[in-house]
Write a protein that binds this ligand. Sequence first.
Ligand SMILES: Cc1cc2nc3c(=O)[nH]c(=O)nc-3n(C[C@H](O)[C@H](O)[C@H](O)COP(=O)(O)OP(=O)(O)OC[C@H]3O[C@@H](n4cnc5c(N)ncnc54)[C@H](O)[C@@H]3O)c2cc1C
Length: 512
Amino acid sequence: MPDYDAIIVGAGHNGLVTANYLARSGLKVLVLERRPFVGGACITEELFPDFRVSSCSYICYMLQDQVIEDLELRDHGFEVHQLEPYRFHPFPDGKYLLGWHDEKQTAEEVRRISPSDAKRYPEYVAFWEQAADILKRYFLKEPPTIAQIAADVRGTSDERVFERMLTGNTKELTEEYFESPEVRASFTDAQDAGDVRAPGSIMAIAYFKTAMLTDERNFGIPYGGMGGITQAMARSAEAYGVEIRTGVEIERISVTNGRAHGVVLTDSEEIASNVIVSNADPKRTFLRLVDPSHLEASFIDRIERLKNGVTYLKFHCALKELPDFSQHLGPDFDPQYLAQAKICPSVDYHEQSWSDAQRGDPSRSPVMSIQIPSVCDESLTPSGQHVMSVWVLYAPPQLREGSWDEANKRVGEHLIDTINGYAPNFSDAIIDWKLFTPPDLEERVYLTNGSIRHTDITVDQMLSQRFSHGASGYSTPIEGLYLCGAGTHPGGEVTGAPGHNAAQAILRLESN
Ligand SMILES: Cc1cc2nc3c(=O)[nH]c(=O)nc-3n(C[C@H](O)[C@H](O)[C@H](O)COP(=O)(O)OP(=O)(O)OC[C@H]3O[C@@H](n4cnc5c(N)ncnc54)[C@H](O)[C@@H]3O)c2cc1C
């Protein structure tokens, strides 16, 4: 008799979600995590003595409302600090834009810069809401094909929007609605599409815009950092009998006659189970944890070709005081305005960031998403001091010349100099800093290539083409082996959706 009904390889948030749903359906579930704590890329770590930091993901904006309700996460300590404004965007000449959840309030901000752009802003928001809604309908379902969505939207006003999502690019869209360079820079986004001119980049961005439809109570900075989410998930899972073991690494998934039936740990311990669910990314799962003799060569080839080359940096620092943005916000600004800030002075700057990374170089024009969570959560730092984390676009997985270790100090100092150009006290306020490059993220979280969403979210790796074209959903060519992580539909970020969907697929397929 196997020891468990299901073993989950990895305690990322999706692994914890799958474990939870399976346990609630009466299965005996074991979660195995190689790090000493649960959470994967959704964690809080003490990176500097007495300073706790969300070391990877930093904003909770796409965690599915249904998952929060089903798993009763609020009862287990999940709570976010809602952000108003949700973003401060300073420009080098002292101008700035604030983004508010309220559309009218943001339109007023835009009006300070361009009255004609303010007029178009509601239409721009409406476009994205419609695009996001088209995708969101399929988030907690088996992945649809593009043809299925096309059939569903045929003859409705969504048809035109869906066509635009598939074929259009975010650069032209932003130019169509806005004329001011600052407003265009503020709303420019490419995420894993990288190139703002890439056809289909609207589809890729619509994935992230589903956050516009998130219940506002679930959008913000979690108390205790992002680890607050996965700690709540672990407590909820344990309340339903899930067993969680940390500090144990799986070396191999055992397969006999085409069926997975257990795992072998790096210390040679073997544990048997009816079902194995991998929360690791598809490349790690199929190219490292499964013996290739159990897979067809053509399948291995497709997994090797999965794209995971759009990667990023993460910079953290402990601060003795807040960066001084008074040249933008005036002398008495509300520190809460610094909870989230964006550095991207122009669309050209964004494009250069991408083209540098494409060439294999650290970006000369780092686009930054800055967060100072300690302005709303004092538990993270010693009194009066702060932590700042910066997600930086873009960075190649490997450098064309030299190694990331060699470049680390130089690249970190360039980020500091860039922020100093906006907040002149910044470098003096730093107590200590760390820069995580793509290889660091791979080593720390086992994200192959440092890919933060397991594989890139691009139009050709979404919906039924996720986790791979010809292999959609959660089951795999090996019977009894499933995937539940960010590499599956609908995709990455802290959503819980892949974990939810994987559990539903397992319950349906294994009960037959
Ligand atoms: C720098 C960075 C910034 C981000 N910012 C945001 C953000 O602000 N908001 C947001 O929503 N998302 C963000 N993301 C993306 C998001 O964090 C991830 O997409 C998501 O957390 C992935 O969750 P997961 O459970 O699918 O997988 P993971 O978090 O990757 O978890 C997989 C787990 O499996 C474990 N594992 C792998 N192999 C083995 C093995 N052999 N044995 C045992 N354990 C194993 C790993 O240690 C890991 O804990 C960010 C990610 C990064 C890295």
